[in-house]
Design a protein around this ligand. Structure first.
Ligand code: FE2
Length: 290
């Protein structure tokens, strides 16, 4: 990779990334919200419990006016920086995911996070992810099979993969990257098999120059996510699974800021005997649609 490309990419600003994430989320929600019925009883109960929990914290921690005003200023900044998707996906989505997937017998899920973009280019079962000519990173062959819970292979299953580059940035959220860099949709073969050719992603810090970074610094936390692959795997008649896969030895597997690591999601890569880089096997098992 050229130094010039590096400079552009590292100029990524939290507010720009946040604005993109907010716009992406809004357009997806607009497509889904037609005809939605408001359940007043449900909203009253859940919102009421959330407000009561916050009031309990104020009373128990004896929160001062100074602290209350600092909170108010910070919440305003979260909105100004477009970081509500980031804040919610980092600190709350893992619990929502747990509830959503607790019934599954098949593969474990994990959070989607704020950097998913639908409709990434389609590739054959053994295709190579779109990347720059000089894309830095260790080559990774990610191979496996998509099956139903009874073991039946699922031909033509779709595997959407997106991941960060060697500097920890996502295309469409950092400047200077081609539109679909390190994003693709693989179509599994007749036996449900896939062989994805990509690069090992880098661990990254969530943006530190916006409101979320301000909270992290003020609280003395760290901003790291361990290296991971994001995936959505789907097949006709089966429930789509959104998940992430991780690499052993990452220093932040045990204290991921987004609390999204699970033991079942750990990969076991080994040196590729046939080419430069690493190879890893991981199969997906999809639950039947309800
Ligand atoms: Fe990520």
């Amino acid at each position: 990779m050229s130094a010039e490309t590096n400079d552009v990419e590292t100029e990524a600003r939290a507010a720009d990334s946040g604005a993109n994430a907010s716009a992406q989320f809004r357009s997806r929600m607009a497509a889904q919200s037609a005809g939605r019925v408001i359940d007043t009883e449900r909203i009253g109960r859940v919102a009421g419990r959330a407000i009561a929990a916050l009031n309990d914290i104020v009373l128990e921690e004896k929160v001062s006016y100074e602290e209350y005003n600092a909170l108010k200023a910070w919440l305003i900044r979260v909105g100004e920086d477009g970081e509500w998707p980031l804040f919610l996906d980092v600190w709350l989505e893992h619990s929502v995911e747990e509830v959503a997937n607790e019934h599954r017998e098949g593969s474990k899920g994990s959070i989607e996070g704020p950097y998913y973009i639908p409709d990434a280019p389609e590739l054959p079962w053994n295709g190579t992810i779109p990347m720059r000519d000089d894309e830095p990173g260790t080559p990774l062959v990610f191979a496996g099979q998509v099956r139903a819970v009874d073991g039946t292979p699922l031909p033509g299953a779709h595997l959407e993969l997106w991941h960060a580059d060697d500097l920890g940035f996502y295309s469409q959220f950092a400047p200077g990257l081609p539109e679909w860099n390190l994003r693709g949709t693989w179509i599994a073969g007749d036996d449900g098999r896939f062989e994805i050719h990509t690069l090992r992603p880098a661990p990254y810090q969530i943006p530190t120059d916006g409101a979320c970074g301000q909270l992290i610094a003020a609280a003395g936390w760290h901003a790291w996510r361990p290296a991971h692959l994001h995936l959505k795997v789907s097949a006709a008649g089966h429930e789509l699974i959104t998940t992430q896969l991780y690499f052993p030895g990452d220093p932040h597997n045990a204290d991921d800021i987004a609390s999204a690591v699970k033991p079942e999601l750990m990969l076991d890569p080994r040196p590729n005997p046939d080419a430069e880089g690493e190879i890893v096997d991981y199969d997906f098992v999809l639950d039947p649609e309800a």
